[in-house]
Design a protein around this ligand. Structure first.
Ligand code: PMV
Length: 360
């Protein structure tokens, strides 16, 4: 097993003075959900996700050498304009990764970030945002240590992303990513995400995800508070065990192309995530009436047409509609005629499986 000590950078001589990098990193959608964590963003159970393609954060990081006084120094811009309220998150991220990246205090950074999806769409930007920032940090580290190989580069990028926001570690590399130790997934780790190691069946190639924006408001429960609700939760242990079992089943399904069982696992995982919130103390209902309307319409459409379309949810009211590419036109037709009316201002985002972070 890899120890986190392998990610501690040496005290490099700072031989570079200034420059900049730019990376994009996508969001991801979990099929088996991460909900509950231990200290230092260690997941209580393993999870697996599809990497998205269109919902991305693009972050440019300029750096200039400064006196190393042990303090972090950075300016934060959102869409080119200073954004003070994002700074504490970045400060916290730098503090969390400092043990692994001691060179950070030797530079002043200018971080300019933007999302391809609409601001306050209810789509969390923490996964894509933290992954994009971690990629830039790793580009800087590679400048300081040019002998670093690609495997280490991406592993540590995922490791750092995880310290920013757990699920961000699944946004770095690969179309299907596993995070968390699982007995049947070789190389899987609690410390970083790994590409699903088996061949993914043709049926799941280019899978589509249309995100229906049911409620674009602020999250009712932050994910930090949400994860904490799993401490002392009456069903926590059973849930963590179930996630292991569902990941075993999902592994088989992704290998053999069994779309019917894929749907069962994915929908059950989404409802279980929400059931955990409904049965915690305090309790929450994060679905909205329109979330349920959409779910029922999807079930009816699937029954009537036998088209293998299903839904999943994150910790909010928006619905991710998942389906194979070969039924795209029919499903989009169905979404436009029957589901758009349940979306806020009729808004939805068409996305599909992507490959992860890209240097720009
Ligand atoms: O990465 P966090 O702490 O925002 O947690 C995200 C958890 C879910 O999105 C609800 C599930 C998942 O596995 O992505």
């Amino acid at each position: 097993m890899i120890s986190e000590n392998v990610f501690i950078a040496s005290n490099y001589a700072i031989s570079i003075h200034e420059g900049s990098f730019q990376w994009s990193a996508p969001s991801n959608i979990a099929l088996v959900k991460y909900w509950g964590k231990k200290d230092k963003q260690i997941p209580a159970n393993p999870s697996i996700s599809f990497t998205l393609n269109n919902c991305k954060t693009i972050t440019k990081m300029g750096f200039a050498k400064k006196e190393n006084d042990g303090n972090f120094s950075f300016d934060l811009l959102f869409e080119g304009k200073p954004k003070e309220d994002f700074k504490p998150k970045i400060q916290k991220f730098f503090e969390r990764i400092f043990d692994y990246c001691p060179y950070l205090t030797a530079f002043h950074f200018t971080i300019d970030t933007e999302n391809t999806f609409p601001h306050s769409s209810g789509i969390a930007s923490s996964a894509s945002g933290m992954a994009a920032l971690a990629m830039n940090v790793m580009s800087l580290e590679r400048e300081l240590n040019p002998s670093m190989n690609d495997e280490y580069f991406y592993k540590k990028a995922s490791f750092l992303s995880r310290l920013g926001s757990g699920s961000a570690c699944r946004s770095v590399k690969g179309e299907v990513v596993v995070w968390g130790n699982h007995a049947e997934i070789s190389g899987s780790s609690d410390l970083f995400g790994v590409e699903f190691p088996s061949n993914v069946h043709e049926n799941f190639k280019s899978y589509q995800d249309t995100i229906l924006l049911v409620d674009k408001g602020e999250k009712q429960v932050s994910s930090t508070v949400g994860h904490d609700l799993m401490f002392g939760h009456p069903f926590a242990e059973q849930r963590f065990e179930q996630a292991h079992e569902n990941l075993s089943k999902m592994k088989t399904v992704l290998e053999n192309g069994d779309v019917e069982n894929f749907i069962k696992i994915v929908e059950s995982e989404a409802l279980t995530l929400h059931a955990m919130m409904m049965t915690s103390m305090p309790y929450f209902i994060l679905m909205k009436p329109n979330t349920l309307e959409i779910i029922n319409k999807i079930w009816k459409f699937r029954n009537e047409t036998q088209i293998p379309v299903c839904f999943t949810l994150d910790a909010g009211a928006n619905v991710h509609v998942l389906y194979p590419q070969n039924v795209k036109e029919k499903v989009l037709q169905f979404i436009k005629s029957e589901l758009v009316g349940y979306c806020q201002n009729g808004q939805y985002i068409c996305d599909e499986i992507g490959i992860g972070a890209q240097s720009i």
